[in-house]
Ligand binder design. Structure first.
Ligand code: CA
Ligand code: CA
Ligand code: CA
Length: 239
């Protein structure tokens, strides 16, 4: 009996170690970014459009990374709409893109410097466009800045981390399989400079995979052990 319990406990432990073991969240933060306009980290290919990565902070107690360039950027260290061609820019909005081919769930993301109307010369509530798996969502600061609204509110909770830093965390309520996420300026898209903000953090969790590799022989041994124990129990019971 006790052997069965031990074997079952071992099997349970082995299963959880195979299926859930090493299921550590992946976090990419602003601090992982250097210069340049692309790099790969933690299974993601990360690319800036419209300039190079540019850090911002400490600003109001928050940190982030945006996009900067000599000719196109309107706001240093934030992801902005860029200058129009008439203004000497490229006419292409800045963005930061994360793409992955590793199956994983989007847990949350955090942005900074997304402020309500009246702060830092913004005359609208700032809006971020968040393009997830090629579907565009928006995160819009509400009047007064105490709350923000995600365009599909049933998917997420939105938390105000730091009002002075315009820092918000959007946390997904259910497993959301992620292929790509792009942080782009909002407020109607490329024609406004008011939807500027910075990337702070992205958190994902691994998709539990099939039992593969080194785990399989161990699992078969554990299952075999259970069968042997069960046979022994029946044998003893018969005697
Ligand atoms: Ca910029
Ligand atoms: Ca702004
Ligand atoms: Ca801003």
């Amino acid at each position: 009996m006790s052997k069965m319990k031990i074997a079952a406990a071992l099997l349970g432990g082995l299963l959880s170690s195979v299926c859930g073991g090493g299921a550590q969240a992946v976090q990419i933060t602003y601090a992982d970014f250097g210069g340049g306009s692309s790099f790969s980290s933690k299974g993601f290919d990360i690319t800036a459009t419209g300039g190079d990565f540019q850090q911002k902070g400490n600003f109001g107690g928050s940190f982030g990374v945006g996009v900067g360039s000599v000719n196109n950027s309107v706001v240093s260290g934030e992801i902005d709409a860029g200058k129009s061609v008439a203004e000497g820019g490229t006419g292409v909005p800045e963005s930061i893109s994360f793409q992955t081919s590793i199956p994983q769930f989007l847990e949350s993301f955090t942005v900074a410097f997304l402020y309500p109307k009246g702060q830092f010369s913004d005359d609208v509530n700032e809006t971020a466009r968040i393009i997830i798996n090629n579907i565009t969502y928006t995160l819009s600061v509400d009047d007064g800045g105490g709350t923000a609204t995600f365009s599909d509110p049933g998917l997420v909770n939105v938390f105000l981390d730091n009002a002075n830093g315009g820092q918000w965390t959007v946390s997904f309520l259910n497993p959301f399989l992620l292929q790509g996420i792009v942080f782009a300026p909002g407020n109607g898209g490329p024609n406004s400079v008011l939807g500027d903000f910075a990337f702070n953090q992205l958190t994902t969790s691994p998709v539990p995979g099939p039992i593969v590799g080194a785990g399989l022989p161990g699992l078969m041994m554990a299952l075999g052990g259970l069968v042997v124990l069960a046979r022994r129990r029946r044998h003893h019971a018969g005697v």
